[in-house]
Design a protein around this ligand. Structure first.
Ligand code: C5P
Length: 259
């Protein structure tokens, strides 16, 4: 008998707290927390800038506010070092963490085993999600030593296959690649997509090159939409971060309904 498929979860908004101080990050999280309680699908992302400044206490602080936390440190090192880093990330309470897929199959397998071990040792009911970064969304096809002239989408798909083989939960990719990655790796292989921008001719794309709107990302199959500056630097005159996040959630919900 065919196994019943779990219901797909609605896409979640992950707000990138790219700040230099914990105080700024916690202020932003606090401002967004009523909206998060209303919607239930807003995560917070702690990246290199904030983690290097504040350390694991930041993850604990955000979790104490009720958020799920993506610890975006993109590990890439010899397998033994990655093993230790993954264990530490799980033990500090991250709900999601990531490695670079270019570290190869062995490094990725070691990361999966380390995540499983640390989750069991910590007695976690749910294992943290482990993702691999495929191709950074700021890379261009021709100017990069990883791509070496090959289209980013082709390299991302290849790295996604390796990640799936290693047993990871999903990949960080451009929303432009989500549909082909899911077609190749399975619908349950999760896609987390940065490079999201609200369509506004006056708004900057910043340094992101392969951008998509929230609607396009959801329609393409993205499971987690990472949004930083369009929320955190949203102008106060237009309602600031809360209004921007609300608008993105509205667009995501409309796309999920097929509106
Ligand atoms: O401000 P913006 O929306 O461009 O922020 C995107 C966030 O996603 C940043 O924290 C960046 O480090 C992260 N990211 C990315 N591209 C990837 C992986 C992560 O932009 N491939």
């Amino acid at each position: 008998m065919p196994q019943p498929q779990p219901m797909p979860q609605p896409a979640r908004l992950v707000v990138a707290l790219d700040f230099q101080t914990g105080a700024e990050a916690l202020d932003m999280a606090r401002a967004l927390s009523p909206l998060a309680r209303e919607h239930g699908n807003i995560w917070m992302k702690v990246g290199l800038e904030l983690f290097v400044a504040e350390g694991p206490g930041m993850v604990r602080g955000l979790k104490a506010m009720g958020f799920k936390v993506f610890l975006d440190l993109k590990f890439l090192d010899i397998p033994n070092t990655v093993r230790g880093a993954v264990r530490s990330a799980v033990k500090c309470g991250a709900d999601m963490l990531n490695i670079h897929a270019i570290g190869g199959l062995d490094m990725a397998r070691v990361a999966v085993a380390a995540r499983d071990e640390a989750a069991a040792e910590t007695g976690l009911a749910e294992k943290p999600l482990l993702f691999a970064v495929t191709v950074l969304t700021s890379m261009q096809d021709m100017d990069n030593p990883i791509l070496r002239g090959r289209p980013a989408a082709e390299v991302a798909l290849e790295l996604a296959r390796v990640s799936r083989e290693a047993g990871l939960d999903g990949v960080v990719c451009s929303a432009r690649e989500a549909a082909s990655i899911k077609a190749a790796c399975g619908q349950d292989f999760l896609c987390l997509t940065p490079g999201i921008r609200i369509p506004d001719p006056a708004a900057p794309a910043d340094d992101q090159r392969r951008v998509m709107t929230p609607e396009e990302a959801v329609a393409a199959g993205s499971d987690f939409l990472v949004v930083g500056r369009p929320v955190t630097r949203a102008p106060a005159g237009q309602g600031g971060p809360v209004a921007a996040a609300r608008e993105i959630l509205r667009r995501m919900a409309a796309a999920a309904r097929g509106a």
